[in-house]
Ligand binder design. Structure first.
Ligand SMILES: *[C@@H]1O[C@H](CO)[C@@H](O)[C@H](O)[C@H]1NC(C)=O
Ligand SMILES: *[C@@H]1O[C@H](CO)[C@@H](O)[C@H](O)[C@H]1NC(C)=O
Length: 341
């Protein structure tokens, strides 16, 4: 598998004791389903892009046997039948209509989707020596706030950010709101989940309360987990690259200086960045990989070809146009530019 700019990992390698894994998942389906927040609802509130195992459906009962019910996965790690999803981006033209922004895969030949990381220590730490516990069947979580429209509201999640990409390797700076200028190589959305588990609940009513951030410091600085959430888990990070290049002509942007991108649920600030995760690895495959020292290309992990990943697709069950020039966002969401509008 080829990664275009593995610049991060060319740093001198200290002896590893655990794994940092990074793999690509191609698009499974793009549609209005959300089994975590709107279980059973067809259609759900807003459009998502979903990757992973093909047992994904509108209900996703916690007892669902995701590896058993899936016949394929869109992830390059072929024992991962988890589902990962985010909202999708739309471009709003001057005449008010919307066009879905395509996604770029970070591997040659991949189809859209998400780059997924599981790490035991900070992304740039080449030792990965903190032991972490893998998630269990039935585990799921959410991060972010669909209603956030201010910096303070998103800052509580610490690490939901955007990178305005000059080229494929751009990783900084990260902002909490949408970039306010055209980004040559697209906009990367980074979603990092909290890393401290209460050790008991596989889920919680808001899909967040069973997880917490370190009591002091950060995951990156090795901060300790709070006593209420004592189990240190791996940090899950999604990178999603939105190919905004077709929409970068400043003449097509609003005359008042606003940026033109809007999430599928109407947020034009970017502060409502959020992500969903439903664990579905086969057996103890994830724990085994995490316990085997490696970075990115993990020999112990079973993988599949990009062609096989791309073959795994689902037909949308929600029959609606999400890709034309749309007069309104699917679901009828109004565009919100700030807290009071
Ligand atoms: C989703 O899959 C489950 C099996 O895990 C099945 O019982 C259920 O009917 C499916 N629901 C929908 C809405 O397709
Ligand atoms: C609105 O603008 C877009 C982009 O310029 C264009 O493709 C589309 O046809 C326009 N729609 C209408 C209804 O004018």
């Amino acid at each position: 598998m080829q990664w275009p700019t593995p610049a991060l990992f060319i740093l001198a390698l200290a002896p590893l004791s655990g794994a940092l894994i990074r793999f690509q998942c191609s698009q499974l389906v793009v549609q209005r389903l959300d089994p975590l927040v709107n279980p059973g609802m067809i259609p759900a509130a807003h459009v998502h892009q979903i990757v992973g195992g093909n047992s994904f459906n509108a209900t996703m009962d916690p007892k669902k046997d995701m590896p058993g019910e899936s016949t394929c996965t869109t992830c390059s790690f072929s024992e991962d039948f988890s589902n990962y999803w985010t909202a999708v981006l739309y471009f709003q033209a001057k005449n008010g209509t919307f066009k879905r922004v395509p996604q770029t895969s970070q591997i040659g030949g991949g189809v859209g989707g998400i780059t997924v990381y599981y790490m035991q220590d900070a992304l740039y730490d080449t030792a990965q020596k903190s032991k972490v516990t893998a998630f269990k069947p039935g585990f799921r979580m959410f991060v972010g706030d669909v209603y956030a429209r201010t910096k303070a509201e998103v800052a509580q999640f610490r690490q939901l950010t955007y990178t305005c990409m000059e080229n494929q390797g751009t990783r900084a700076p990260e902002t909490l709101d949408f970039p306010n200028k055209p980004c040559k190589a697209g906009i990367m959305v980074n979603a990092r989940f909290p890393t401290c588990w209460d050790g008991k609940n596989l889920d919680s009513p808001d899909h967040m309360a069973h997880m917490a951030y370190p009591a002091s410091g950060t995951f990156e600085s090795g901060g300790p987990c709070p006593s209420t959430h004592p189990v240190r888990m791996s940090q899950v990070l999604f990178e999603v690259v939105w190919d905004t290049s077709k929409f970068n002509n400043k003449a097509d942007w609003p005359d008042d200086g606003r940026q033109p991108f809007v999430w599928s649920f109407g947020d034009a600030t970017g502060y409502a960045n959020h992500a969903d995760y439903v664990f579905g690895w086969k057996g103890d495959a994830l724990q085994k990989i995490l316990d085997t020292p490696c970075v990115v290309n993990c020999a112990g992990a079973k993988t599949q070809t990009t062609a096989n990943m791309n073959k795994c697709v689902q037909k949308a069950v929600v029959g609606e146009d999400i890709d034309g020039w749309l007069t309104e966002l699917p679901g009828g969401h109004k565009v919100q530019y700030g807290p009071s509008s």
